[in-house]
Design a protein around this ligand. Structure first.
Ligand code: ATP
Length: 297
């Protein structure tokens, strides 16, 4: 029985990973306005952003006709603050992130930005307010400059370089023989994991959007790259509304608010200090089991 079970389980897991990779790539395209959004309402108005406060109200969602994945989620990500989503695998964290650019629409409930239902605004105005940094940084065929400029096609060369500086990428770019004109992507030069991450952060920064959706990497980089990526992320997060799927204790501890998810519901919310005190709470238990975070040692 075990022998029959194991490969099937591995296959199921692989399938989920493949689905995720596709979703992530589609998210990137979606945020670059290359992917059609869910249908736009007739007479939709442009989203007007002030504080960039994001609110989910009783959001219910399932993929196709499958099991409900979000079972009535209420949460608020305050403007200019960092809200960390934590919880076991499958809790629905990535799903929440993919509803915000309207990659999918909730079956029930609503998502509001500064009080406006995102289903009722133009998709371009919605997506202009969003930037996304995924776990796997995608590089497209083209030069380093092109890859950063994907974040905002009308960005000037100076803006591209400023974003690269802020993402701690400028120096390693200049160290390439062709600098910003160096080809990357499948047939281009190979970049380290940390360099790819910093390019994707530069791409998000050049968008200069008030809301940053961040899927923190789970795989460790070497210490030096890790430090550079962390500094780049700190810059990207400053002054923005950040919703982060957090995998590091340092991110969770620093967050203004932690949302603890389990099986499509919000179980607890609060700061690290408060939640860690609730000894019978899910957060304290996850913390002890080292489930949501990897650098507890
Ligand atoms: P993880 O930490 O493992 O990424 P998560 O909390 O982000 O987990 P989700 O990725 O939102 O959880 O997944 C919640 C559930 O939805 C899981 O059961 C997952 O298999 C399923 N799921 C996710 N994406 C899809 C998809 N594109 N199609 C069908 N089911 C999906």
């Amino acid at each position: 029985l075990l022998m029959a079970y194991d490969p099937a389980r591995r296959l199921a897991k692989l399938q989920v990973q493949l689905d995720r990779a596709v979703v992530n790539a589609q998210m990137i395209y979606a945020l670059l306005d290359m992917q059609p959004a869910q249908r736009e309402m007739a007479g939709a108005k442009d989203l007007v952003v002030d504080k960039a406060r994001v609110e989910l109200k009783n959001v219910v969602f399932s993929y196709g006709s499958g099991n409900p994945i979000l079972r009535g989620v209420d949460l608020v990500a305050e403007g200019g603050q960092t809200t960390a989503l934590v919880g076991p695998s499958g809790a629905g964290k990535s799903t929440i992130i993919s509803l915000i650019p309207r990659f999918y629409d909730p079956a029930e409930g609503a998502i509001l930005i500064d009080g406006q239902n995102i289903a009722e605004v133009t998709k371009s105005s919605l997506r202009h307010q969003l930037a996304y940094v995924s776990q796997q940084p995608y590089l497209f065929e083209g030069t380093i400059r092109d890859n950063i400029r994907y974040g905002r096609p009308e960005a000037t060369d100076a803006e591209v370089e400023e974003a690269a500086r802020l993402a701690y990428a400028h120096d390693f770019i200049l160290a390439q023989p062709l600098g910003y004109e160096t080809p990357v992507g499948e047939n281009g030069m190979s970049l380290s994991g940390g360099q790819r991450q910093r390019l994707s952060i530069a791409r998000a920064l050049v968008r200069n959007a008030p809301i940053l959706l961040l899927d923190e990497a789970t795989s460790a980089l070497d210490n030096e790259s890790e430090a550079a990526v962390q500094k780049a992320l700190d810059t990207a997060m400053r002054g923005r509304t950040v919703i982060v799927i957090a995998h590091r204790l340092s991110t969770v501890v620093k967050a203004d608010k932690i949302i603890v998810m389990h099986e499509g519901r919000v179980m607890e919310e609060g700061t690290h200090e408060v939640l860690a005190q609730r000894k019978d709470g899910l957060y304290a238990r996850l913390n002890n089991l080292q489930l949501p975070v990897r650098d507890l040692s």
